[in-house]
Ligand binder design. Structure first.
Ligand SMILES: *Cc1c(COP(=O)(O)O)cnc(C)c1O
Length: 419
């Protein structure tokens, strides 16, 4: 809309792309002010799990808003936060005994890194090196950027970023990844942070559970802390509540956000093992975990998360994910043989493929043209370069999936013929 003074995230306003104005949402659909129904094929950037404006979550927000809006969380507590912590303890791995709240995936990662370094510092150990995986994305704050892939997104901010060790993505040569990790851990790396099974913003790159399990074992053998960033992969996206489960892996520190409130309002948690908590537990105030933000564990956000946890307890969410995975596979795998596509892959309710030439950089010219085509087809699909992926809310129906399939199929034809 012209006349707006809003500076949008990850948006090049100079290209004068239209900015649709959305008025309301329900299930897998967004409704614009000019009366269009848009299928949300990427869960509004990977957050919406059950569907937009889920009645149980909306009711919880409404009820909480009548009672307690906000509370300092340093030294104070409230029922919704206690309920979320207890609910997480009941469904997350038992060894993750402590729950630290924050407000986004990026801050959950910052907290995880600080906990890991605080663990060694408080024990008087000189371990500081952080190891990451190539092509990873962990958020856009300074620490989260530092542990993520370097490139066009952060080149200008390089002076702000700290150095980390990097292991390769375990694509064609997983042994090289494992060997590099082994060398880093043997040399005393403090912590390894990784996105389990699927590297999201890096291009929906997928690797097998067995590699994740081996990486975890290598870290454990050397006392290197293992952080699982499940900000995107958590809450069923990969077919299990956590992606780590598929590898039988339990991390030392777990980052959750996006689907924590069902995708309704911002909230994040970093869960930590008892050993990490113990390293900070002391009569000595210098060993305090020094981190907070104003809205830590906001009661309204926690009420939404508590409602999400109740949905997970009481409804067959993983059955819905399995059904969605199968229905995605039934459609999108048909494009695997199309001459314009390559590398079709799927993990749970995430399906991805590359369109056109293999120059898979984010600034690939095909990306904006695909985006425009999908927008014209009333679809929210936002390719990562020439990687087209589908990650819908779990409630999406067959007819919407057919529309998504048809649009991607048309795009593949367009790439082939240039028409
Ligand atoms: C989205 C994402 C983040 C950052 O979360 P924000 O809420 O956008 O700060 C971190 N890690 C992963 C794996 C993500 O996908």
């Amino acid at each position: 809309m012209t006349g707006s003074s809003i500076w949008h995230p990850f948006t090049q306003h100079g290209l004068e792309e239209p900015i649709p104005l959305v008025e309301r949402a329900e299930g897998a659909a967004l409704y614009t002010i000019d009366g269009r129904r848009i299928i949300d094929a990427i869960s509004s950037w990977w957050v919406t799990t059950h569907g937009h404006c889920h009645p149980r979550i909306m009711a919880a927000i409404r009820a909480q808003a009548e009672k307690l809006d906000q509370l300092i969380f340093a030294g104070w507590t409230h029922e919704p936060a206690e309920e979320v912590a207890a609910g997480l303890r009941a469904i997350m791995p038992p060894s993750l005994t402590r729950v630290f709240f924050s407000d986004s995936g990026s801050t959950a990662v910052e907290v995880a890194l600080k906990m890991a370094l605080g663990f060694f510092a408080n024990r008087g150990e000189e371990r500081r090196r952080i190891v990451v995986m190539e092509h990873s994305y962990h958020g856009d704050t300074i620490g989260a950027m530092s542990v993520g892939a370097r490139g066009v997104f952060n080149a200008a901010y390089a002076p702000l970023l700290f150095d980390v060790g990097r292991v390769s993505f375990p694509g064609l040569d997983p042994q090289a990844t494992l060997d590099a990790l082994e060398a880093e851990c043997a040399a005393g790396a403090a912590v390894f942070i990784v996105e389990p099974l699927v590297l999201g913003a890096g291009g929906m790159l997928m690797y097998p559970p067995a590699v994740l399990a081996e990486m975890r074992e290598i870290c454990a053998a050397h006392g290197t802390l293992f952080i699982a960033d499940e900000v995107m992969t958590g809450w069923g996206r990969t077919g299990t509540l956590l992606a780590c489960e598929q590898a039988g892996v339990v991390p030392d520190i777990l980052c959750l956000s996006k689907g924590l409130t069902g995708g309704a309002v911002p909230l994040a948690v970093t869960m930590a093992s008892e050993a990490i908590w113990r390293a900070h537990y002391s009569h000595d105030r210098t060993k305090t975990f020094f981190h907070s933000s104003s809205y830590t564990a906001n009661p309204i956000a926690c009420a939404a998360a508590a409602a999400n946890l109740a949905i997970w307890r009481e409804e067959p969410v993983l059955g819905r994910v399995a059904s969605l995975g199968a229905r995605l596979e039934g459609r999108l795998s048909r494009l695997a043989g199309h001459p314009a596509t390559s590398n079709y892959r799927r993990c749970g309710a995430i399906a991805a493929l590359e369109l056109g030439s293999a120059e898979g950089t984010y600034l690939n010219q095909i990306g904006p043209r695909l985006l425009a085509r999908f927008r014209e087809a009333n679809l929210l699909l936002r390719p990562l370069g020439n990687t087209v992926y589908v990650m819908p809310p779990y409630c999406i129906d067959d007819s919407d999936l057919d529309t998504i399939y048809a649009a991607i199929s048309d795009a593949a034809d367009w790439v082939t013929t240039g028409a």
